[in-house]
Each structure stands twice: as C-alpha cells, then as structure tokens.
Design a protein around this ligand. Structure first.
Ligand code: LMR
Length: 328
C-alpha cells in the first residue's frame, strides 16, 4: 500500500509539474485521442512536450492532453479555431469536411506501406496539402505517421465475404463508409473513445485500425481476432490555427518549428517499429492474429479497390497516379 501511495503521489506531482506553466510563458495546449506508450502519436506528442518544456523554458510551455481527456476528434478542430487548444493531430480522415483531396489517404490499398505514404507526403502535392486549409484558419505543421490498418470482428475474417452483414465502426469519412459498404458491411461512424464499449456491447461487430490503436484501446480483448489485411493507413497532420501561429514572435515560431521538424523526423522513422511492437504485445496478451495468403488478399483487393472510382474526382487522377508510381 505504501508503495502504491508513493507511486500515486509521484504521478500526481509529475502531472502537476507538467501542467505548471510560469507567468509570461506562451501556453501550448495539445489535445489528442490515443494512449501515450507503444503508440507513434502518443510517443511523438510526449517527446514534443519534453523538448519544448526543456528548450523553450521561460518562453513557452506545452501541456499534452492524451486519450480524449480534453476533446475528441470531432471537437478538436473547432477548439483550435476558438483558441481553446493550440495543437492537435487528428488522423487525415478527419479533415474531409475541410478538403476532399485528403480522401486519397483513406482509399483502400492506395499505399503499400508507410514509406510510400511518406514519399507521397514529401512530394510537392503532399507538402501543399499542409497549407490547403489556411483559408479555413488551419495550418498543417507536419505529417505524423501511425501505420497500416488491420480488420477485426467478433468472428473470424478470412475471405471478404466473412465481413458481409457485419456492422463496422469507421471514422467519420465518406471513403471509409463506402469501403465498408463495398464489403457488404454496415458502416457506423463513431468517436475513437467510444469504440471499445461499442465492440464490447455488440453495438458494432468489428472495426479497422492500426496495431498500436488495437493494442492501446485493447480492442483485441473484445474481438474474435485481427486479420492482417494492411488494407489502408492511419496517418496524422499536426495542425495549428493560422491566427495563433502568425501571432507568435518570429524567434519563438522558428524555434518551435525546428523542434517540431526534428521530433517529426525522429519519430516517423520509428512508427513501423512501434506498430510491430504493439502487434507482438497483442499476441503476447493472447490476441489472435490471422494472416492472409496472397490469393485471399487479392480477393479483398478486388472487393474494396473499386471504391477508388467513386472518389477519383475528389482526389484527382493525377494524385492517384503519383501515389501508384511511388508504390511501383
Ligand atoms: C481513429 O479514430 O480510429 C483514429 O483516428 C484514432 C487515432 O488518432 O489514431
């Protein structure tokens, strides 16, 4: 008990220290929805917080609110625009109300791995996407990687027909709704923080997400198993409000931008490894992981890929061609 109390006291005082900003410091609140360990975004956000608080002490102070403790992704962009938080990193699927070009990132089997996503984002088209929402008051500072999505359900998913008739939680994205409909499933958009409960109570039968999210939210505990489909991606944009960013003193803005770009480079390089560790931890904890042979995976591709046609005008055929050239 004494040890537990000491640990509690330590953790309470640690978070109190992290939250204590000095007078005169610019307060940077960063709200996100995932867990903090064994998670590419959680680790990157914590590293950003540590570096800003060490290197910009006296000038700026960062407070990270993980696990949807402050806002969920449907609320956070509005909160940014209102000045209630200064940084967020929603998945790219969450920007579709601002710009339809981002739909390319949700199209199934568009990118063969995260290196291909990285190369696309570093192209001229990808870099321009960071500034595509400035008229709406949002500025992208960096792309942050998570990883490839896998499918899970309350029954074994081997061939795509196993998904037919099931209710799948999706992020609120028209592409993802169309993808689940192509499988004969029923898409149910809901906030990330509600997914575990919805799977547990049978409100939905299945979901798609990365290893780190399936591990971090413990989805594997309330699913029959996870099928390694690698059918899509979850990636993020670290985003701020143009008003807030433009109002910073140039030296503060430059120092923050440099730290962000160093953290981005360091953590993006580790995102695939972090997801592999989460996958291993799922198996270690008794989660079932199913592999697809090449012929069966080709069936999933042939059922889901026709969704591209519905969205090619939104994302631009030239962008699809550019993404495919990177995959080759
Ligand atoms: C989801 O809603 O499933 C993800 O976007 C959560 C996240 O931030 O990884």
């Amino acid at each position: 008990l004494t040890a537990a109390l000491t640990a509690l006291t330590l953790s309470v005082s640690a978070s109190a220290v992290a939250a204590a900003c000095d007078d005169g410091e610019i307060v940077i609140k960063f709200s996100h929805v995932t867990n903090t360990d064994r998670h590419p975004k959680g680790i990157a956000a914590s590293l950003l917080q540590t570096r800003v608080n060490e290197e910009m002490n006296g000038k700026a102070c960062m407070e990270v609110f993980p696990n949807s403790t402050l806002y969920n992704d449907d609320q956070v962009l509005e909160a940014l625009l209102q000045g209630d938080v200064q940084l967020a990193a929603p998945s790219l699927s969450k920007f579709e109300q601002f710009t339809k070009v981002f739909r390319i990132f949700d199209l199934p089997f568009m990118f063969k791995n995260i290196d291909a996503v990285d190369a696309f984002q570093n192209s001229e088209t990808g870099q321009a996407m960071k500034e595509s929402m400035t008229r709406r008051g949002l500025l992208g500072l960096a792309f942050w990687h998570n990883g490839m999505k896998q499918m899970s359900a309350n029954k074994a998913l081997n061939s795509p027909s196993d998904a037919s008739g099931l209710k799948f939680r999706v992020q609120n994205s028209d592409v993802l709704k169309a993808q689940m409909a192509a499988l004969g499933g029923s898409p149910q958009p809901m906030a990330f923080s509600e997914v575990y409960g919805a799977l547990q109570t049978g409100v939905v039968d299945g979901q798609e997400n990365t290893w780190s999210n399936i591990y971090g939210q413990k989805f594997f505990e309330v699913q029959d198993g996870i099928t390694e489909t690698n059918h899509g991606i979850i990636d993020y944009m670290l985003v701020t409000s143009t008003d807030w960013w433009d109002a910073l003193d140039a030296d503060v803005r430059d120092q923050l931008a440099t730290i962000i770009s160093e953290v981005t480079e360091a953590r993006n390089a580790e995102s695939t490894a972090v997801n592999e560790q989460a996958k291993a931890a799922i198996i270690e904890a008794g989660g079932v992981v199913r592999q697809l042979d090449d012929a069966t995976r080709a069936e999933w591709v042939s059922v889901m890929k026709p969704v591209w046609d519905q969205f090619k005008d939104d994302v631009g055929q030239e962008n699809i061609d550019a993404a495919q050239a990177i995959n080759a």
